[in-house]
Design a protein around this ligand. Structure first.
Ligand code: C2E
Ligand code: MG
Ligand code: MG
Ligand code: MG
Length: 280
């Protein structure tokens, strides 16, 4: 009797796996065509200066409008794209589109606006990364100091000469580097001193508990004071409530992003916010 039950379970599990694999394969197939079919779009989430309340920039976040499945968030397809080299083409598209968009905003009079772009590990690892970035800046006419590249701790952590070299070359180009999801990577902190980094982006998980958990609050204060004594900017991710913002204000966090101010928005809606919150 038990054997039969086990078999049924196994069968069920197997069917589920096959279904998942099939779905994944289908998605992967669709992904290869998404670029040429123009199915990607960038949304922009404001990065707000905590002291002044001004929008100082935006983070470009990719979305995929699947013709049948509708909107697919990046967590569902970026990892897939990272398994093949599709991420390189997608990453190139994101970089170019984001720089083009920011150039348009500059032309419209928002001449201090920064744009931040996420780089995947593979993208950062590609041989000609620095040339590609320089090329895109040249093509779009966006001054390099208005581009910021976000890399995760995991990428920065790889103790390799090429990581430092690339970061230095990017910095020499005038591009700013920030560390995304800071605090989630179990990394040593020594890279913060050694690398030319402009800012750390404190992961949402820290911000979310700052009010209810006094120990978490201590951790956030410590991160802020450490980063500041190293001359780094701190951006808080995922601010959803006024109380969190006030805490960050009190301890001199530099910038924040989060639903409290705005979700990531399509470019036209971002422009409406800009008109309200940025002194030209
Ligand atoms: P990330 O770079 O850490 O981006 C922040 C994520 O947090 C975004 O999710 C954003 O929508 C979300 N978020 C912002 N404020 C809040 C808030 O107040 N509450 C909550 N709950 N969430 C908030 P999204 O857009 O789904 O992106 C997820 C991740 O996908 C990004 O994390 C980034 O790692 C990756 N990603 C997005 N766009 C790109 C891209 O163009 N290239 C690469 N390589 N990765 C990307
Ligand atoms: Mg990011
Ligand atoms: Mg982040
Ligand atoms: Mg995060």
């Amino acid at each position: 009797y038990r054997a039969k039950e086990a078999r049924i379970h196994y069968q069920f599990y197997n069917d589920l796996m096959n279904e998942e694999t099939a779905e994944r394969l289908a998605l992967e197939q669709d992904l290869t065509r998404a670029l040429e079919r123009d199915e990607f779009v960038l949304h922009y989430q404001p990065k707000v200066d905590i002291a002044t309340g001004n929008i100082q920039g935006a983070e470009a976040l990719i979305r995929w409008y699947h013709p049948k499945k509708g909107l697919i968030p990046p967590d569902k397809f970026i990892p897939l794209a990272e398994e093949t080299d599709m991420i390189l083409q997608i990453g190139d598209w994101v970089l170019r589109t984001a720089c083009e968009q920011n150039k348009k905003w500059h032309t419209a009079g928002y001449t201090d606006l920064q744009i931040a772009v996420n780089l995947s590990a593979m993208q950062f690892g590609q041989t000609h990364l620095v040339d590609r970035v320089a090329h895109v800046l040249h093509q779009t006419g966006l001054p390099s100091e208005y581009l910021e590249l976000e890399i995760t701790e995991r990428v920065a952590m790889q103790e390799s000469v090429t990581v430092i070299e690339k970061l230095q070359q990017l910095t020499e180009l005038g591009v700013q580097i920030s560390i995304d999801d800071f605090g989630t990577g179990y990394s040593s902190l020594s890279y913060l001193v050694k690398y030319p980094i402009h800012a750390i982006k404190m992961d949402r998980s820290f911000v979310s508990e700052v009010i209810d958990d006094s120990e978490q609050a201590l951790v956030v204060k410590a991160i802020l004071s450490m980063a500041h004594s190293l001359g780094l900017h701190v951006v808080a991710e995922g601010v959803e409530e006024l109380g969190q913002l006030e805490f960050l204000q009190t301890y001199n966090c530099d910038e924040y992003q989060g639903y409290y101010f705005s979700r990531p928005l399509p470019a036209p809606e971002f422009e409406v916010l800009l008109a309200q919150h940025l002194v030209r």
